[in-house]
Write a protein that binds this ligand. Sequence first.
Ligand SMILES: Nc1ncnc2c1ncn2[C@@H]1O[C@H](COP(=O)(O)OP(=O)(O)O)[C@@H](O)[C@H]1O
Ligand SMILES: [Mg+2]
Length: 239
Amino acid sequence: MASAPPLLELRDLSASYGHVQALKPTSLTVAEGELVTILGPNGAGKSTLLRAVTRLTPGTGQILFQGRDVSRLATHRLSELGIIMVQEGRGLFSQMTVRENLILGGYNAGGDRVLLEARLQQVFDLFPRLKERVDQLSSSMSGGEQQMLAIGRALMAGPKLLMLDEPSLGLAPRVAAEIIATLGELNCSGLGILLVEQKAPLALRLAKRVYVLSLGRVAVELPANEIGSHHDLARYYLH
Ligand SMILES: Nc1ncnc2c1ncn2[C@@H]1O[C@H](COP(=O)(O)OP(=O)(O)O)[C@@H](O)[C@H]1O
Ligand SMILES: [Mg+2]
């Protein structure tokens, strides 16, 4: 029997801003149910990679999703297929409540109330704090709660692949750990996750594989449990 195609496969995906190629031709895969971490310093091209996958930034090269070439699809079509991104800075609607933000995330449920209710319940089970604050404006919540809301909103879209751009940025270590642990739970229940972080001792415990981006290209690809034996990488990324 032929093995299943990867959930996501990038073949020589690149992206430029004007004359600057911020993402050099990059190839990577995320298998079904896998959690893959992309590490790299500020300016390495991590956000550009995620934005090129979701076509928020135009790119060249091939994007395959479950074996299907989706390179030419628009952002909203990709989201209907289940490719959902939590952007850096979260992109919440600050003057809307927690509930309103969540419901907007579920726009692709096509107004199916039963489905929306089931997804809301799933989000509240994962993040009870969102349930407690369901009628608060998102702007009134702490950074950690806002990140939970951003992830909750992404889950409302029913993702098959969840991509997150530095979800722990600016959060206290304890809160970041809580959020990363929740990503681990989601991954354990079968969700494919592509997690971008600058430094990620916690994320590395969950990830099977790691790509290190540097100057717009993949400098290293290795199993997450081997990063400790690469002294230069360990020094930078594990502390
Ligand atoms: N909108 C933009 N216009 C021009 N250059 C950009 C833009 N966004 C990012 N860049 C540049 O592209 C490179 C990669 O940026 P980015 O993907 O944001 O890196 P990272 O997310 O790893 O910090 C950087 O040199 C950055 O200055
Ligand atoms: Mg970035």
